[in-house]
Design a protein around this ligand. Structure first.
Ligand SMILES: [Zn+2]
Length: 477
């Protein structure tokens, strides 16, 4: 059996063991580039399908834009290019010849998409533009970790244009809300939503909002961002239209994205020392059937036909089911193997169960074991899957609340950050220099200025200057 390092011994090794040993991903030949293996890609596909549905339900349409961005396009928005150039990969040779102008491999697509919008949008009738693309992105990262920070990753990026500032702000917050409900309903990963500080906002944005999740080791993970870009990009890329009064006007734009990083979030929100725990809604297999061979005789006669019948019934009822009929492995090995891979329900069936018209169901998260009649099995399974999806979110919520500490003194701030980490809720003066000092001294950054918490004015936890409302601090991935 493949060993997984216990979380308490080395959390970061535990994470890598889970990713590699459960076949979610492997390292590619170029540093920081991962191969998403079929099991991991199936998880991503379930996430992608649900996110895509939500994006379309909120009125957006999908399109696809090119991978290459001419250098001078990227340079049009000053803050944007400053923010992204250090991470850019450039193509300088094509077809054996030096290119006249280097091409950036997209680190994000505002530059290109806004340039196309400038060509397409002429009149107030063309607004709003509500577009999304699913694509790969390249950012040259120094420190990488599968799913969490990779040089190439997959994501969706929404890009919209609106006639008014208010509409753009509503759109930015609407998509933040879509990300929050996706994260909680599908990944069972509770998040805090809020606004980023000036130093943490997207390069070129007016305001950036994010959803922040808390991982098993007490570090935060920014799991999605939504930006109100103001009129910065419309100005830089020359997007102009005639309004209802035939006056020239600049639209307001937004962009928002979530990526394969969320798979990392999923692993660290739910996993335990035995490996992965997958929420049923994104599990490639929701049920794995492990047939138990008879003491004597041929299992292909005594057990397998019934096991196949059970699989067909479950699949017919829409439950993603896999039959582990490998005859090279013992049931005990299979139990441990599927447990490590985080399959929500293991279904055991042997000759004695068949005699009694029953089977055994074992839940991955609680390891709760139940004998269940084969009649009406799909309903029992579905009930357990829903229960597990609910319980995982509840358990994760408890973890977040147990690891969220309100602090008023800098001494206790430093103490908690050193001892158990987690979210620290405290006053902050909104001064970037003070924020930088806190980061230097405690490795904690302002994760967000929360939207769902009533503002409590008070002193800044570090310098004592007035703070308009408390913010969330954490060490982050
Ligand atoms: Zn301060």
């Amino acid at each position: 059996m493949k060993e997984i390092t216990p979380r308490g011994q080395d959390y970061s090794q535990w994470y890598l063991d889970v990713v590699l040993k459960t076949d979610l991903a492997d390292y590619g030949p170029v540093k920081g580039c991962m191969v998403i293996k079929p099991y991991g890609y199936a998880v991503w596909e379930h996430m992608q399908a649900d996110m895509d549905r939500r994006i379309k339900e909120t009125g957006h349409v999908n399109a696809y834009f090119p991978l290459f961005i001419p250098k001078h396009y990227l340079e049009k928005e000053k803050e944007h290019v400053e923010g992204f150039s250090p991470q850019c990969a450039w193509v300088t040779i094509g077809g054996g010849e030096e290119l006249e102008e280097p091409l950036a491999i997209r680190p994000t697509s505002e530059a290109l998409i806004c340039s196309m919008f400038a060509k397409w949008v002429k009149s107030w009738r063309d607004l709003p533009v509500l577009m999304n693309q699913w694509a790969n992105i390249v950012r040259w990262e120094k420190v990488t970790r599968p799913f969490l920070r990779t040089t190439e990753f997959l994501w969706q990026e929404g890009h919209t244009l609106h006639a008014t500032e208010q509409e753009a702000e509503q759109e930015t917050l609407k998509m933040l809300g879509v990300y929050k409900s996706f994260s909680e309903e599908i990944l069972a990963m509770p998040v805090v939503r809020g606004q980023k500080s000036e130093s943490e906002k997207f390069a070129g944005a007016l305001r950036t909002y994010s959803i922040e999740a808390l991982m098993g080791d007490g570090r935060a993970l920014q799991a999605g961002t939504s930006h109100n870009l103001g009129q910065h990009f419309a100005t830089a890329y020359g997007i102009e239209y005639l309004d209802k009064n035939q006056q020239r006007a600049l639209p307001w734009s937004t962009s928002w994205g979530t990526s394969t990083r969320m798979v990392g979030g999923l692993i660290m929100t739910h996993g335990d020392d035995a490996g992965l725990i997958l929420p049923p809604r994104v599990a490639p297999y929701q049920v794995v059937i492990v047939p138990i061979p008879p003491r004597k005789g041929d299992w292909s006669e005594a057990v397998l036909p019934k096991a196949r019948e059970v699989m067909a019934a479950l699949r017919g009822a829409g439950v993603r089911t896999h039959l582990d009929d490998r005859d090279t492995q013992q049931p005990g090995f299979k139990y441990a193997d599927w447990e490590m891979r985080g399959v929500p329900i293991r279904l055991e069936i042997g000759p004695k169960d068949i005699e009694k018209d029953q089977c055994v169901l074992v839940r991955r998260d609680t390891r709760e074991k139940a004998f269940v009649p084969l009649a009406g099995l799909a309903a029992s399974v579905r009930e357990r899957l829903e229960g597990m999806q609910r319980d995982l979110l509840e358990r994760a919520r408890r973890f977040v609340s147990d690891n969220t500490t309100h602090v008023t003194s800098y001494e206790s701030f430093k103490q908690v950050m050193a001892d158990k980490r987690g979210f620290l809720v405290a006053g902050w003066c909104r001064n970037a220099e003070c924020e930088a000092r806190i980061k230097e001294e405690t490795k904690a950054t302002v994760r967000c200025m929360p939207l769902d918490v009533a503002a409590e004015p008070g002193p800044c936890v570090r310098c004592g200057q007035p703070s308009p409302a408390q913010v969330y601090f954490a060490q982050a991935y």
